[in-house]
Design a protein around this ligand. Sequence first.
Ligand SMILES: [Zn+2]
Length: 678
Amino acid sequence: MASVNPLLSPSALPYALPDYAAIEPEHYLPAFDEAFRQHRAEVERIVSETAPPTFENTLVALERAGEMLDRVSRTFFTVSSADATAPIQAIEEELAPLLSAHGDAIRLDERLYARVSALHDVRDTLDLDAESLRLLTRTHRELTLAGAGLPPADKRRLVEINTRLSTLTTTFEKHLLADTNELAVHVSDERELEGLAAGERSAAARAAEQRGLDGWLITLPLFTGHPWLASLADRPLRERIMNASRARGGRGGDNDNGATVREIVRLRAERAALLGFPTHAAAVTADQTAGSPEAVAELLRRLAVPASRNAAAEKAERAQVSGIADLAAHDWAFATEQVRATQLDIDTAGLRPWFEAERVLRDGVFAAATALYGITFTERQDLVAYHPGARVFEVFEQDGAGLGLYILDLYTRDTKRGGAWMNSVVVPSELRESAPVVVNNLNVSDPGEGQPTLLTLDEVTTLFHEFGHALHGLFARTRYPHFAGTAVFRDFVEFPSQVNEMWMLAPGVVDNYARHIDTDEPLPTDVIGRLNASGAFDQGFATSEYLAAAWLDLAWHSLSVDEASREIDVAEFERRALEDIGLTEPAVPPRYSTTYFAHIFSGGYSAGYYSYIWSEVLDADTVEWFGENGGLDRAAGERFRRRLLGVGGSKDPLEAYRDFRGRDAAIEPLLRRRGLSG
Ligand SMILES: [Zn+2]
């Protein structure tokens, strides 16, 4: 059928929301083709310009270029992460090498680099405003770090390395997926499942059935601990689950990731060396707020001492309360629930009737944003997103002016990837005269037609967290798309979302939304008090397992080319690294071990897993600031918005932080929060 491809022109819908109702999967590849062609032509015009380079004819032109590619990419990747049907998956696979080749061709274009460098050399004479100057220095730095300034032979090697790495990371992921499936734990005697809820049992029965097995099948999550370990009473089964989880990718055979990891680490070290850095970690952190691997190591070591001390105390307590004298990793979560029940008197599962999803959203998440920032939300039933489960809300400023669109896609489905996240479908920029369209995705189980959705405590936290990212995406006001929304350093980007979590139990918020589904009774104040007081509970464990993983990441990526070229035994390397930082308690294994640490070997977090705790320093410091400045308060919110969220990536993030806070962040609030001080 000769229909017009709707992706070839900008959407005419409000806020340029992509016209998903009109887009078919077969429209994507031709649109990408055309977008690549346009982007190449636009860049070609810039680099073949005969006039000497100016900020306008080079940097601004570069920012204007690729608008269609940006639009088509955002439209597509929003769908491929949240509704990846078979045709969408096939397109994504075909697209990956095309995108990386297109990006490399532009980033490594020496004519482009020569023009940007010429301007960068005289940047102080150009009389640029702050955001424009930052655009010039950032673009120059990003091109340099991509290898644009290297001699031709090195550049060729760099492209080779990048290509090989993209294959290796896919191999890592493939091995891990296959091993995870193979290691799923099969149970044939129902008595072993004691402690599991009915819904969990039926999920395990369905999983077995799908593989043509009798009984039950317990599939493994990405991280080391399985959530069901907290309730399974059968100790041998707990041990089987833990052993299976920790064996992934490291038990020899076809799915072993050892050789893949070694080659990834060696190639990353070689790439760093080509770019003039001693290690991959040095190359990565040089372009983050941390600045150097030493700064990261210092923070991790400083936290590891009190964290392991607290974990040891927690272990003794759990052993005593549970009566398991030789408490092991597979017992930890189970014993923790017993301690939680006796010490804190909190039954987290019993809280769900107070967390009806629609009330949490409107009277909690939205209401807190209205109180802080004056913004309001109206559902737009007339606008459709990429899936019927994704709802569209229009966001308004206090004066009634339209701000942007917020899309919420709450429920899990087979075509959605795991976890929760935020992404921008349209980024706001003055240059492109565009306003923000942002999406939050969660994976909440759909209770079925006519049933209310009752969230868990964790899901409520996640919704507040992801909405913090959404606010960052909605509020950022920048001229250049380069700095729009959440385009900030990786070790800074979690900060606004972590801060937004503070409102879920805040007075004026929790009493508003946490109402019993049947009786409308508010959540009792003593329960809220206990939840608030439980902040440091089990944090010796949680901090230690996180730090251990972050340290493994740093250790692997702190190897020089020579060191990484030696024959390394993965398990031995891991043992020594953990000994080095003093996180050796066998009952507290790393949150991820090397051979299944997808964040750093196939995801984008290599030498960056430290980011979560790094940004939590700012988060905890900010929570104290709100506490001292009226809490849920319009003026306090306005200051946070104007000085921090609103600047996006257009300013050095730590400078923005100083501007907001009046000083650098202090570490003490984080230590207090996690019970690590003293
Ligand atoms: Zn986040």
